[in-house]
Design a protein. Structure first.
Length: 232
């Protein structure tokens, strides 16, 4: 079941959108605190965002830009400001589609369905893996998350750090053997010393600890590695 976050200042419109999409089997959450859209985004972890332009505190363009710093989740702008300048701005800020108010809820649902199908039917560039609020961006090999009551924390990963985390994220809830990790990292090198993985793993753990993710990568002695509690 897909989760949709509605960022809409008009409570009536937000309610209508929520009720209609829920009938189609979606989980829908509406933003209540427009000063902390990112906090609600991180807590809810939506697979699609419906974003109005005219919002209290900061407009939809600002929040779209903030989301794009940590996620490639599909964003549909919904606004009565449908002149060419606003449509172009929405696209340039990272929006995936634009729906003009007033709109037919059937058309909105069709656009939501089509965008979700394109975004998640196949593994494609731009995919973001998520585990307990930690986001692994497949496009730019970065790891990001929002600390409690703080700004978004983001680090760039080396190729090996990224491959280790990608493998662990893909197996979230399970354990990845050392052999599997070595194959993912050095499939074309037959004579890699087993200690090389240990060195890479220790380096990754140090970097994660520096940003507050202590013990995020755990060891099951004699078996392999797995993702622990994020603790953020």
């Amino acid at each position: 079941m897909y989760r949709i976050l509605v960022v809409e200042d008009d409570a009536v419109i937000a309610g209508q959108i929520g009720k209609y999409l829920e009938k189609w089997g979606y989980e829908v959450e509406t933003v209540k605190d427009f000063a902390d859209v990112m906090g609600q985004f991180a807590a809810y972890e939506p697979q699609l965002v419906l974003m109005d332009i005219g919002l209290p505190f900061y407009n939809g363009y600002y929040w779209c830009g903030e989301i794009r710093k940590i996620s490639q989740v599909p964003i549909i702008f919904i606004s009565s400001a449908a002149d060419n300048m606003n449509v172009v701005m929405a696209v340039n800020m990272g929006g995936d589609d634009f729906v003009t108010k007033p709109f037919d809820l059937e058309i909105l649902q069709a656009k939501v369905q089509a965008l979700l199908r394109r975004a998640y039917a196949f593994t494609a560039p731009g995919t973001v893996l998520e585990y307990q609020g930690i986001l692994l961006n497949m496009t730019d090999m970065s790891l990001s998350f929002r600390k409690k009551e703080e700004s978004v924390c983001r680090i760039e990963l080396t190729k090996n750090e990224f491959r280790i985390l990608q493998t662990l994220f893909e197996a979230a809830g399970g354990i990845v053997s050392r052999d599997m990790l070595m194959k993912r990292l050095w499939d074309d090198e037959c004579f890699v010393d087993d200690n090389t993985l240990t060195v890479n793993m220790n380096r990754l753990r140090r970097r994660l600890a520096e940003i507050g993710l202590c013990d995020f990568v755990q060891t099951k002695k004699g078996v392999g590695y797995f993702l622990g509690q994020a603790g953020i």
